[in-house]
Ligand binder design. Structure first.
Ligand code: HC1
Ligand code: SF4
Length: 579
């Protein structure tokens, strides 16, 4: 089909909208609600206006380009004075009941509304009702996600990602007319609602209406308190996302820059969550073998993702007996820091603060769970998302990109294997676990070490993995995204699945695309493949590729825990979900 955009002839497929055709042919049209990556084009923001001419007699018409299909011979103009005037008016209307406190906004410096206002040449807001914007709901009840409706522009991207991508469906439109807001089903608060805290809504929100809770100030207080010993850990996925916040290309690893930055901030001890991922493999692998030998329910589901655990607890509680009792690496490291490390350093656990750098908003909620404290003291005191950590570094004047790499503090818990780092991508926990389970059963390493059958990207992947001579094989599944997780759980509960082990990560792609990772404007997770390739490279470059070969893991069992799934391990490293 042929049409004309700004006087140039273009060819496009039948059924294309004007916005799609313009994009394909290099013509920029501003949008705020549309998000092509999730098929979302509700036409609510009305800033994607264009002028069209169907024929000379009909004259010009102004239409929304995201909802209007291209027609044969259509003449489309994206930048006429009338288009600019009307786009400007739309942005003024959006700003009329918008809380204008940009300096204190969660999206400060990274706001799609500001970008569009600049594009349309806004010079002022004539109709502003600040009291109305301030009277809107501000829900800070959740440890993970803050909902500030004074900032909302009702683009509905959050509703779409929660419903169509995650299948959680916690967010709904409430009220009507000027009173329309995005709320939680049954008018609940964020913390009492069906929300699982995965934070995918914060990745697509174009403004500061949905954001991770900000705990930066609390961490600065710890850092500047001379009485406190600060222990930092950082997650697998942080190292392949954080660089984007400092202008490095997607897929850059800043594994060595993070410890340097933390020391500049004044951290007393820098540990790697990957060490605890190796430990989790020892515990969860042993748990799997125990279940395979009889006893508890199969398949075993992984439990290191709190978005998934929350989903199971709130939406599918019948699956909880299948969920591994092993705590997540974040929590295992916190528990060991306040016991094993505190004892070795001769520091009272009350003087220690464990801070995690995570790609995840749900990790904040996990760290606050009552079962993850002893004598009232939390194992993990604060969680900063990757975006928050970048904010902390900027507040302290540290440019991560220019730092020399340095290692973590090695003696107790600072070293890890390649098996641990791939936890950060979908399929990684399963691959790491099978490398070790194979070794336990055969006394030799699985070869080749990579399990390519698990490295696809479909939301549900299955494989039958041979476990060596005389040990048969196991059927396993890897699931990412909660919509797919629901399908898998329903199949298991209906007796229609014969897997023995299932990995679930709530976020599509796994933690590398977690709700706390750097976000991109006008796109949903465009850097997924680059981040994933970086995690696989870090695994391949590591001389140690199996969790059981981490010498520090041997040391912690020898000098402290005894053996995997020992009584002490059970007290410090396990829990029961659903009890
Ligand atoms: Fe994850 Fe995990 S991999 S859950 O996705 O098991 O957040 O990265 O830290 O705890 O190790 C997140 C990432 C992370 C834990 C590990
Ligand atoms: Fe958090 Fe990772 Fe789970 Fe997402 S997949 S909710 S980032 S733990």
């Amino acid at each position: 089909m042929n049409a004309f955009i700004n006087g140039k002839e273009v060819r496009c497929e039948p059924g294309r909208t004007i916005l799609e055709a313009a994009r394909e042919n290099g013509h920029f049209i501003p949008t705020l609600c549309e998000l092509a990556d999730i098929g979302h084009a509700p036409g609510t923001c009305r800033v994607c206006l264009v002028e069209i001419w169907r024929d000379k007699e009909a004259g010009p018409q102004i239409v929304t380009s995201c909802t209007t299909p291209v027609e044969e011979g259509m003449r489309i103009f994206t930048r006429t004075p009338e288009v600019r005037r009307m786009q400007r008016l739309q942005v003024e209307l959006l700003l009329a009941d918008h809380d204008h406190d940009c300096a204190a906004c969660a999206r400060h410096g990274d706001c799609e509304l500001q970008d569009v206002a600049q594009f349309v040449g806004l010079t002022g807001t004539r109709h502003h009702f600040p009291d109305y914007a301030r009277s809107r709901t501000r829900d800070v009840s959740s440890p993970s996600v803050v909902r500030d409706m004074g900032k909302c522009i009702r683009c509905l991207r959050c509703v779409a990602v929660c419903r169509n991508v995650q299948g959680v469906d916690a967010l709904v439109v409430t009220g009507n007319g000027i009173g329309t807001e995005i709320g939680l089903r049954h008018n609940r608060s964020q913390s009492a609602s069906d929300c699982v805290g995965c934070g995918q809504c914060t990745l697509v929100c174009p403004v500061g209406a949905l954001a991770g809770r900000d705990d930066v100030e609390r961490v600065i207080d710890y850092l500047y308190d001379p009485e406190i010993v600060t222990v930092f850990q950082f997650a697998p996925a942080v190292r392949v996302g954080l660089g984007e916040e400092f202008g490095l290309p997607p897929g850059s690893s800043v594994e060595g820059q993070v410890p340097t930055a933390l020391r500049l901030l004044g951290a007393d001890v820098v540990l790697d969550t990957n060490f605890a991922a190796d430990l989790v493999i020892m515990e969860e692998g042993t748990e799997l073998l125990q279940r395979l030998r009889g006893g508890a329910k199969l398949p075993l589901f992984t439990s290191c993702c709190p978005g998934w655990v929350n989903f199971a607890e709130k939406h599918l509680p019948d699956i909880l007996p299948h969920v591994s009792t092993t705590r997540s690496p974040q929590q295992c490291l916190g528990a060991l820091a306040k016991t094993y490390l505190a004892r070795t350093m001769n520091v009272a656990p009350e003087r220690m603060r464990v801070v995690s750098l995570m790609p995840c908003t749900a990790k904040k909620e996990e760290a606050a769970r009552p079962e993850f404290r002893r004598d009232g003291v939390r194992d993990v005191d604060a969680v900063l998302t990757t975006r928050e950590f970048a904010r902390l570094l900027r507040r302290e004047g540290i440019d991560l990109a220019g730092l020399e790499p340095s290692p973590c503090d090695d003696p107790l818990m600072g070293r890890a294997t390649g098996a641990a780092v791939i936890f950060g991508t979908t399929g990684g926990v399963m691959e790491a676990a099978l490398r070790t389970v194979y070794h336990v059963l055969n006394g030799k390493e699985l070869a080749p070490v990579e399990l390519h059958a698990l490295r696809g990207y479909e939301n549900v992947r299955e494989a039958v993995v041979p476990l060596g001579e005389g040990n048969g094989s196991v059927k396993v599944a890897v699931v990412h995204g909660l919509k797919a997780a629901r399908q898998m759980v329903e199949a298991v509960l209906a007796g229609k699945a014969d897997h023995v082990f299932v990995e679930v990560m709530a976020c599509p792609g796994g933690c590398m695309d977690g709700g706390g990772q750097p976000r991109s404007k006008r796109a949903y997770n465009p850097n997924a493949q680059a981040r994933r390739a970086a995690l696989f490279s870090l695994d391949a470059e590591n001389a140690l590729r199996q969790s059981h070969n981490n010498p520090l893991i041997g040391k912690v069992y020898e000098s402290f825990l005894g053996e995997p799934c020992s009584n002490l391990s059970h007290r410090l490293l396990h829990t029961r979900y659903g009890d």
